[in-house]
Design a protein around this ligand. Structure first.
Ligand code: ASP
Length: 408
């Protein structure tokens, strides 16, 4: 039986692991944690081990592979254009639905829960931009602070291209080889995905109750439906008509990464799988993936942007506050900024929501209202974040004339 499972493809293995995780978590309850915790932590640690060296080698080899500042600039503009457009589309979808369904109006939330778990940190636009620049790149690497690492590596790559051929070659070769090693290592780590995902899902099922869904059910459904519209309609349409690619084939190719995003609630931890699936399973070149994916995992978060918008308007509704049109526009803009600033780690979106709440003068305690169902929503929005990064990579690859996408 075990041998038969090992022969199945990775996606099927992960699906089976998820179903077994749900059954084990529900049937056994807390005692399942003795097995689930070590499996989940082992997998998460292995993924985290890979992230920093993978990002460094992939970005430097990607930037030097793009060849020249002009093509890099073109790719950068396309990437940012895609990020902003899809995040705004996601926000508008969420905003439309939350105003239509009005899940917060008359919701009995008790308005007494304290958001102790949330660090209501001060986030300003300038602060976010400033934090992109590392004061000490080695420190950023040691702390796995991804945005500053990306910033430094892109600059390093750009100036590496400017060296003479003789001086450039050894470093370019070093980073190219380093990147290949990291991809091989990633493939090794991915072999543990089914076990890790079993542990993660069993842990979540065993420790999450269904009580909060009674009062927050409508809010939960609003976010879920909006995420679904964005992921299953908007992004596939872009993929089909701009990328000229089959969304069904592409989702199949990316499925191990999407299921891992769902189980880990972390775009960053999923990044090694996203890169592996995009290159090996979808046939996108390293030149494109290494530039678009690490950046996307940190700043392109459609699911998070949508969720920020729905959650804040829900909180306003629950407090009986009607937001004016300029305030709604403010919510949309700050939700976009909050999603850009959110790190690709669990619950980052919840913390960043303080920016949006502050911008429209809502009480920060409002976050306490939605804490209870945040965990499951985090899993769903992270999947949409990774799906949008993946679609962006494919669309940009096609626009750059790549012919091997989904040809395998
Ligand atoms: N967990 C999300 C991610 O990693 C960020 C968020 O909390 O919204 O993509």
């Amino acid at each position: 039986m075990f041998k038969a499972i090992l022969k199945l493809n990775l996606t099927t293995q992960i699906f089976i692991a998820m179903i077994l995780g749900i059954i084990a978590g529900a049937a056994i309850g807390d005692p399942v944690l003795t097995v689930a915790n070590p499996l989940a932590d082992l997998f998460l640690r292995l993924l985290k081990m890979v992230i920093v060296p993978l990002i460094i080698t992939s970005i430097v080899s990607g930037v030097t592979g793009v060849g020249g500042a002009a093509s890099l600039g073109r790719m950068g503009l396309k990437t940012l254009g895609y990020y902003v457009t899809t995040s705004l589309l996601a926000i508008l979808t969420g905003q439309f639905l939350v105003n239509l369904i009005q899940p917060g109006v008359g919701a009995d939330l008790g308005l007494h829960q304290q958001p102790q778990a949330v660090d209501a940190s001060d986030q300003s636009l300038f602060g976010i931009l400033l934090r992109m620049i590392p004061t000490n790149p080695i420190e950023s690497m040691a702390n796995a602070d991804i945005l500053p690492i990306i910033f430094f590596c892109i600059l390093f790559g750009i100036f590496l291209i400017q060296l003479s051929e003789k001086k450039r070659a050894p470093l370019v070769n070093l980073f190219n080889s380093g990147f290949e090693v990291m991809m091989k290592l990633t493939r090794f780590v991915i072999a543990f995905a089914p076990l890790g995902i079993f542990g993660l899902i069993a842990r979540i099922v065993a420790t999450t109750g269904f009580e909060p869904f009674k009062s927050l059910g409508l809010y939960f459904i609003t976010v879920l439906v909006a995420l679904l519209i964005h992921a299953a309609i908007t992004l596939p349409l872009l993929l089909r008509f701009i990328g000229k690619l089959s969304p069904v084939k592409f989702v199949k190719a990316m499925s191990p990464a999407l299921l891992t995003a769902f189980s880990t609630s972390s775009s960053s931890a999923t990044l090694p799988l996203t890169m592996e699936c995009a290159e090996d399973r979808a046939g996108i070149s390293n030149k494109t993936t290494s530039f678009v994916l690490p950046l996307g995992a940190t700043i392109n978060m459609d699911g998070t942007a949508l969720y920020e918008c729905v959650a804040v308007i829900f909180i306003a509704q629950a407090y009986g506050i009607t937001l004016t049109f300029p305030q709604q526009a403010m919510v949309a803009i700050t939700a976009l900024l909050a999603s850009i600033g959110a790190a690709g780690i669990p619950m980052a979106g919840l913390v960043m929501m303080t920016i949006v709440l502050k911008a429209v003068g809502l009480p920060l305690e409002g976050i306490g209202l939605i804490l209870a169902v945040d965990r499951l929503l985090d899993m769903c929005r992270t999947t949409v974040n990774v799906w949008s990064d993946s679609c962006g990579t494919a669309i940009i690859a096609k626009s750059e004339g790549e012919t091997g996408v989904l040809k395998g």
